[in-house]
Ligand binder design. Structure first.
Ligand SMILES: [Mg+2]
Length: 377
């Protein structure tokens, strides 16, 4: 089975409501889909979100990158997945989101052609029903508290509060209020409850130190990316002072970055996204590395990614050695998805599909004629 065509498709999907984080508000999702076809008639789908402040990649930029990345793959065996990544890396530096979308589509194609679920390409299924993180991203105390209660009632048992928005003391007060509420719910029902916060690089080192000292003992599980991605010294200072384990997200774009954070004691865990690492296999390798180093892992989609990227993250999550900091899927935040039946999240948990490939069906007619056309208009 050889790769016959690699086609990028720009989509623009509305969100139910904007997600506010430090440095960015995502009100609509600007994503690139990839459709790959094999010479024997199989098709696979991949996706990457534009993330100008995280990967530096935009939809037009990713589509331009695909013009460089596709030619060496055309005619190559579709199931040589490591070779495909190596071929892309040989012709182009960086552009990990564009590479990830192509690599994801190849995984879907190969798994579909074999009639196996995508997770089977990575090994045994270790989890079949996985709690997903509910993101509380209003930045407003009352709204985040209300959303936390609604999500708890709906079955969510893992949460992420966006901070770095309204000053360290006000953010700490909001964190405490939400965290205490959720941890109390967990204790009274006897259920595990994961609560995290994410500053998305929004604090200076001094602000992050003020934030952690104002947190008190509220039971928070981890604090993601307090300061700028490249400020490992700052990360290490916050980690040394913080009662809560520190995670790195925007600072992690490679396995080397993970090693560096570990060596500098700048993070106790990481958030891994396909768009940052360049594909699912790199994510899998990063998970193994974290396991060896004793670092915690959160697997995540970028805000606004549809059922395609969400299904890919879910399949990988089913197989990785450990997933202590949870799984963040994003398709439920979209008012419009690209599949006839969106990946289902029931009671705050995602069920790993056993159908071939990603286990979802992209509505190609809608993608081409409605979603894509609206973008051009
Ligand atoms: Mg993050």
């Amino acid at each position: 089975m050889k790769i016959k065509a690699i086609e990028p498709i720009a989509v623009d999907l509305p969100m139910h409501k904007p997600v506010t984080m430090a440095g960015e508000t995502v009100a609509r999702a600007d994503n690139m889909l990839i459709r790959v076809a094999s010479d024997d008639g199989h098709v696979g789908w991949g996706e990457a979100a534009a993330a100008p402040t995280m990967t530096g990649e935009t939809v037009p930029g990713m589509i331009a990158a695909v013009r460089y990345l596709a030619p060496p793959l055309l005619g190559a065996p579709a199931d040589e997945l490591a070779a495909a990544s190596a071929a892309m890396n040989a012709v182009m530096y960086g552009n990990n989101a564009a590479k990830a979308a192509i690599e994801m589509a190849l995984h879907d194609l190969v798994a579909r052609a074999a009639g196996r679920p995508l997770y089977a390409l990575f090994g045994a299924k270790l989890r079949s029903r996985i709690p997903v993180l509910a993101v509380l991203g209003s930045g407003i105390d009352a709204d985040d508290l209300r959303e936390a209660q609604v999500r708890w009632a709906a079955g969510y048992r893992a949460f992420k509060i966006k901070v770095g928005l309204s000053g360290p003391e006000a953010d700490a007060a909001r964190t405490r209020a939400v965290c205490v509420l959720l941890k109390r719910q967990g204790e009274s029902s006897g259920e595990a409850c994961l609560v995290s916060v994410d500053a998305n690089q929004g604090f200076s080192v001094d602000e992050a130190l003020r934030y952690v000292s104002a947190l008190g003992n509220c039971g928070l599980d981890f604090f993601e990316q307090p300061v700028h991605a490249h400020d490992l010294d700052g990360m290490a200072r916050v980690a040394a002072a913080s009662p809560v384990p520190i995670g790195a997200d925007e600072g992690i774009h490679s396995l080397d970055d993970i090693e560096r954070h570990h060596a500098r004691r700048a993070a106790a865990g990481v958030s891994l996204k396909a768009i940052k690492l360049g594909g699912l296999r790199a994510m899998r390798d990063a998970c193994r590395l974290c396991d060896r180093l004793g670092m915690k892992v959160n697997l995540s989609c970028k805000t606004g990614e549809s059922s395609i990227a969400s299904a890919a993250a879910l399949h990988l999550a089913a197989t990785v050695p450990a997933l202590a900091w949870g799984l963040t899927l994003t398709n439920a935040g979209l008012a419009e998805d690209v599949t006839a039946e969106p990946l289902s999240i029931e009671g705050g948990h995602a069920v790993v599909p056993d159908r071939p490939g990603l286990g979802i069906e992209v509505d190609e007619r809608r993608v081409r004629h409605e979603v894509s056309a609206r973008r051009v208009a």
